[in-house]
Design a protein around this ligand. Sequence first.
Ligand code: HAM
Length: 423
Amino acid sequence: MAEIAAPRGTRDILPDEFAARRWLLDTHRTVAESFGYRSIETPVFEATELFSRGVGAETDIVEKQMFTFDDRGGRSLTLRPEGTAGALRAVLGAHLDQSVRPVRVQYEGPFFRAERPQAGRQHQFTQVGIECIGERSAGLDAEIIEVAWRFFEALGIRDIRLQVNSLGSTEDRARYRAALLAYYTPLEASLCDDCRRRLHTNPLRLLDCKRDIALVERAPLLWDSLDASSREHFTAVVRDLEAAGIDAIRNDRIVRGLDYYGDTVFELWHDTLQGAQSSLGGGGRYDGLAELIGFPATPATGYALGVERILMVARALGTVPAAAPAVAALVCSVEPAQAEDAASAARALRGRGVRTVLDVTERRLDRKLRAAGRIGARVAVIIGENEQTEASAMVRDLDERSQQTVPLAELTETVLRILGAVA
Ligand code: HAM
């Protein structure tokens, strides 16, 4: 029978990579916690409407990239393509914003988009993110960007390119849409198919075109459509970032691929990843999303970062720490007659926090010892006939190539001393 492979666009995370991911996820959680963000977890699938209404029916994500299916009762469900709508639903649904505002949450987990798979772009990928829900302030927009910035610093990743922009208010965007229509409509015949469609459905996305770049460069500037209070908000964000020592590049063309944004938006890049699919993350303010998904109007801001892409950068820069050996000790008997003694010695070691593998095979002793080296154990504990009779164990230091026989009562102390855990 044919081997069954992992589905297209998915990847298995094997132990070596798992350790690197754990490092990244733990670092993100620790940095977010240092700003007062608390972890949440929301379902991996949601009502399809959460995304069609929240992310926007005319976005690429909703139009082309969702894994949608009916449950047994005929309700349409979707594997979450992003985490903001679900996090907001969870926080507002539980009224967390009624006791503290803003509510600061962080999350990590799998997300799903049916994009054409390639390096750094998968059907199932992992995001870490934070959402700050319940207040509208430029200071909070700057705060979330600072969390991302400190996270990259903690990973040892320098030279992050942070691009910021303001999409302004609903009225500003309506003005800008009109300006874009006035500019693009006479050019309609020369536009690519995607852009012709965007012209009628979502003109802001015209700025994302990778083909008609010269047209994009001459397009009206979003900044020119912003009113005084939108400009003031954005200027305050930029000022706060400067005060925090964060280098932000203003880019008038950042419009983001999700419809729920207004005011501050940003994206993070690193030069080791090239191409359109290379953004490490992005986010911004989404004061209008709560109402779109049926809740009272609630201002909020947040970001999400792509874990697989960040790991690619960390690997390229060599900042991933070496994984600690998974196993510290291997315990084995010389013959089956000592198997029980070996098992109880292993239990005693684990009881003191020593990661211990019990070798229950009937291989020859030299084979067992070779296996101990292969799994990274520093110490081998051997119990043969003599040791069994004398209630002792032979302890071999595989690094120093030395060995000693110690009473069982002293076994754990001896092993801990070799491991450097006890002076
Ligand atoms: P997003 O820009 O759509 O934002 O996704 C954030 C990051 O997720 C991307 O920059 C990228 O690193 C990663 N990513 C997206 N799609 C894929 C894929 N197919 N394969 C691998 N990585 C991918 C959001 O999702 C918003 N929810 C961010 C946000 C939070 N805004 C406010 N709060």
